[in-house]
Write a new protein. Structure first.
Length: 369
């Protein structure tokens, strides 16, 4: 169960860094896709192993025993069943988007956005609570299928993108401020995290990092020959950038609260899960402190942030067009009597395209107008 919790990664901070430095789109796809699959799988394994742990506490009606065969059966039932639920809801959402595909109607664009978030929560509820399958897998599959077949039916792509970006930011903020810090403060009186646990935390962080490198490079010969392919630099960065965040912390809080509520003072119960919560929070903190801090320099060291020749040409051409537009607009503004007495040196100081021209060249442009 501990391994299942720590296998979930959070790509939010890494994706923001990749967008900032202009990393290759393929790397962004690898990081985001790997995180989605990790999160879905980790939640399924967490469900199986948490039931086994709760069963071992010996509380009647709590948890369930699983052998190897039954464990595989539960895993495939939750994974494939969740995927089926996700496909079904994706088909319904695509139909709704199709019916609302009127690009000149702002109200229907708002309804489209509302339909996406409603479908996301309804998909998770039906998969997790009604069908006893994986809600995480269901939502991921629903999103992927909708993206493939329904993206062209969205009236206002910018509205949809901004809404989900804001929603993601708000939910992450709520999770870390209210849930994580709230649980930390409320449990602060339980002095279960001893001094030696800090040493264990450092050792655990090292092993978690090494295991992640080992797994990704073990499958490197396979991933380099399928799909989008990859490179050793991208695999190295993906291994290092496995930050732990929202999902693993929420799973640790869930098992800690569940054991606190039902097991009480049962030996090996609350004390163990409280230590687990501290370890998971510590791993999340160390990955944010070390991995997130060093991810930027590592990108440049591996050559993944270097702009390609095509990208440099596009950016250079855009910069030329931008400079021409600014100069042209400024020159035409000078023909207005309201601006005829402005101090050119003051304006030139604050407008970068004008700094590339001397006064004589600028006056020649004004004369042409």
């Amino acid at each position: 169960m501990f391994g299942a919790i720590l296998s979930a990664t959070d790509p939010v901070a890494v994706n923001a860094l990749l967008n900032e430095v202009g990393a290759p789109p393929r790397l962004k796809t690898h990081v985001a896709g790997e995180s989605l699959l990790n999160d879905g799988s980790s939640i399924i394994f967490y469900s199986i192993f948490s039931e086994m742990y709760l069963h071992e506490l010996g509380i009647p009606g709590l948890g369930e025993a699983h052998d190897v065969g039954n464990g595989f059966e539960v895993f495939f039932r939750m994974a494939l069943g969740g995927a089926a639920v996700g496909i079904a809801f994706a088909a319904c959402l695509i139909l709704v988007l199709f019916k609302l595909d009127r690009r000149h109607s702002h109200e229907e664009s708002v309804v489209q956005v509302t339909a996406t978030i409603s479908t996301a929560y309804l998909t998770y509820y039906v998969a997790d609570s009604v069908s006893a399958t994986s809600g995480g897998i269901a939502v991921v599959v629903c999103g992927i299928v909708t993206k493939i077949y329904g993206a062209n039916m969205i009236n206002q792509q910018e509205l949809m993108s901004h809404f989900w970006s804001m929603t993601e930011h708000l939910l992450n903020t709520v999770l870390f401020t209210l849930v994580v810090w709230g649980s930390t403060i409320s449990n602060s009186g339980d002095d279960q995290f001893e001094a030696r646990d800090w040493g264990y935390l450092i050792v655990l962080y090292v092993f978690v990092t090494l295991i992640r490198f080992f797994l990704l490079f073990t499958f490197f010969p396979l991933t380099v020959n399928i799909g989008l392919s990859t490179s050793w630099q991208e695999s190295f960065f993906t291994s290092f950038s496995g930050l732990r965040g929202a999902v693993c912390i929420s799973l640790a809080i869930t098992i800690d609260n569940e054991v606190r509520e039902y097991a009480g003072d049962t030996p090996g119960g609350f004390e163990w899960t409280h230590t687990l919560f501290g370890m998971v929070g510590g791993i999340a903190f160390l990955t944010l402190l070390v991995n997130a801090t060093l991810a930027g320099p590592l990108l440049f060291k591996l050559g993944l942030a270097d702009a390609s020749e095509t990208r440099q040409k596009i950016v250079g051409h855009f910069r030329e067009l931008y400079d021409e537009f600014v100069i042209d607009t400024f020159v035409h503004k000078l023909t207005d009597v309201r601006f005829c007495s402005i101090d050119y040196q003051v304006v030139r100081k604050h407008i970068s395209p004008l700094q590339k021209m001397d006064r004589a060249g600028f006056m020649a442009c004004v004369a042409l107008v």
